[in-house]
Design a binder for this molecule. Structure first.
Ligand SMILES: NC(=O)c1ccc[n+]([C@@H]2O[C@H](COP(=O)([O-])OP(=O)(O)OC[C@H]3O[C@@H](n4cnc5c(N)ncnc54)[C@H](OP(=O)(O)O)[C@@H]3O)[C@@H](O)[C@H]2O)c1
Length: 459
């Protein structure tokens, strides 16, 4: 196994690696490496060269051993880089076609990585679920990324691709004159073992709530984005806890990044009704992209977390209350971060879930859309939708199986289809990958998109 050394800096102009996984030693990072190895030098895969990067060569080596097991580890370079050392990031970005960033919380560590990638014209994908980070990167780096030819796409994980691609899939079921008005996604996490997340996600959520004011301030100082034209009235607020009888779920609003990222995708679509042209796009690809976006009909969108019993929502509500109350003070944050298992009722652990817990978990995200059988009904001021369509996205465990699958498929798509993607800029996954073959790729890798039902609603 080659380890990096000072000579590495001298080869900055050549792209030595198709992909560098940064943060490969992290809990999620090692699962990302395992997923990447499935595609390294396999027939038809565009992934020919891979390197892992992080602070500690020994931890990277452990991660590679784990990810390759039961096989012996392949000969993959392990590169040393630290977000507090800008030169180490410049070296990484100079050598990679794409950096897959798994170093979080992104609000603490993400910006120097984006900055190095943009400067080097290297593409950047991450698994961030932190709206403020994403919007700040857009504000700071979009123009430069366009100029330098660097694609910067955050949230290429469970946050927010099932919701984003799921909404596009759902919206396209409203064919002919029918239009959706509102779509509610209900997330159901299932397992015959405990459902557990790693500390990294918990810490990112705590810091996100603690700094919620910064997102409000950031938005106040930025130009307003275009709002999509959605036919019909805005949906009523509804109860805090909903009994969704059709799905057999009790549900509560999930304050994830999903609906925020979806809103940014719909704004980008409103500003670019034919989507984003590729840097060197073929005629066929442009036609397909335009046809795809013409078939997408925006809707109001929200996400709820569902549980089969009302009691099952109790830990979620309590965790929300604990984070809401305690994250605002330094002592409260210390307590939350010191005792994640206690405050999250065992949902988050410092050492993450066991392999068995990961393997036995699955998710279903149901999209219940209500709208009008004919768009003219909505324009005539009808308040009540007359049609309901249900679709579903389903897949394995969210954080460490689904997220690596999505991240890798996004990266492979970039490697294979770069000419048909925008030259550069800071974008959401939906606006870039929506019209490409991401949905097909996810279907082929265990994440399904299904039409479930369509019915007429009676008054
Ligand atoms: N989108 C999604 O659905 C999704 C799913 C899973 C995770 N995530 C996000 O992914 C992030 C990571 O989560 P995790 O559970 O994998 O966390 P983790 O196990 O703590 O991993 C963090 C990684 O970052 C590295 N790191 C920390 N500080 C660094 C620095 N200054 N320079 C370079 N590397 C540094 C760590 O390296 P060392 O080994 O050297 O400490 C480690 O590799 C979180 O923000 C989480 O929210 C998102």
């Amino acid at each position: 196994m080659a380890e990096d050394n000072a000579n590495e800096a001298s080869s900055t102009s050549s792209k030595n690696y198709d992909i560098i996984v940064f943060g490969a030693s992290g809990f999620t990072g090692k699962y990302v490496v395992r997923e990447a190895l499935k595609f390294l030098n396999t027939p038809n895969s565009p992934l020919k060269t891979l390197a892992l990067a992080g602070r500690s060569p020994s931890r990277l080596s452990e991660a590679l051993n784990w990810a390759s097991s039961p096989n012996s580890p392949p000969n993959i370079p392990l590169l040393t880089a630290d977000t507090s050392d800008p030169n180490s990031l410049i070296r990484l970005a100079a050598q990679a076609r794409i950096i897959l960033n798994c170093v979080g919380p992104f609000r603490l560590y993400g910006q120097p990585v984006v900055s190095a990638c943009v400067d080097a014209g290297c593409d950047y994908l991450d698994i961030c679920g932190e709206p403020e980070f994403m919007e700040r990167m857009e504000a700071l780096y979009h123009e430069k990324a366009v100029d330098k030819g660097s694609l910067v796409i955050s949230a290429c994980g469970f946050d927010s691709v099932p919701a984003g691609m799921g909404l596009l899939f759902h919206s396209r079921q409203w064919t002919g004159p029918s239009v959706p008005n509102r779509v509610e996604a209900y997330l159901s996490l299932e397992s015959d073992k405990r459902i557990v997340g790693n500390f990294g996600t918990y810490e990112s959520a705590v810091l996100g709530v603690a700094n919620a004011g910064k997102l409000v301030e950031l938005r106040r100082n930025r130009p307003k984005r275009a709002r999509p034209q959605i036919l019909g009235p805005a949906p009523p607020k509804g109860p805090i806890i909903e009994h969704q009888k059709q799905l057999g779920l009790w549900a509560i609003k999930l304050p994830s990044a999903d609906s925020i990222v979806v809103r940014r995708t719909l704004s980008a679509l409103t500003e670019n009704p034919h989507g984003l042209p590729g840097v060197n796009e073929s005629f066929e690809s442009a036609k397909m992209r335009e046809a795809f976006w013409l078939s997408v009909k925006p809707a109001h969108f929200g996400v709820k977390l569902g549980s089969k019993s009302l009691l099952g929502l109790f830990p979620v509500i309590m965790l929300g209350i604990f984070i809401g109350l305690l994250s605002k003070s330094a002592v409260g944050r210390w307590l939350l971060l010191k005792f994640p298992s206690f405050f999250s009722f065992g949902w988050f652990r410092k050492k993450g879930p066991s392999e068995d817990e990961v393997a036995s978990a699955t998710f279903k995200m149901w999209f219940i859309g209500q709208g009008f059988s004919d768009s003219s009904l909505a324009s005539q001021g009808n308040k009540k939708p007359d049609t309901e369509i249900i679709t579903r996205v389903m897949g394995p465990e969210i954080g460490y199986l689904t997220t690596p699958i999505i991240l890798l498929q996004c990266a492979l798509l970039v490697l294979k289809d770069r000419d048909n993607l925008p030259k550069g800029g800071v974008f959401t996954p939906g606006i870039v990958f929506g019209p490409r073959d991401l949905e097909t790729r996810l279907q082929e890798n265990g994440i399904s998109f299904d039409f479930i039902s369509k019915k007429t609603l009676t008054a």
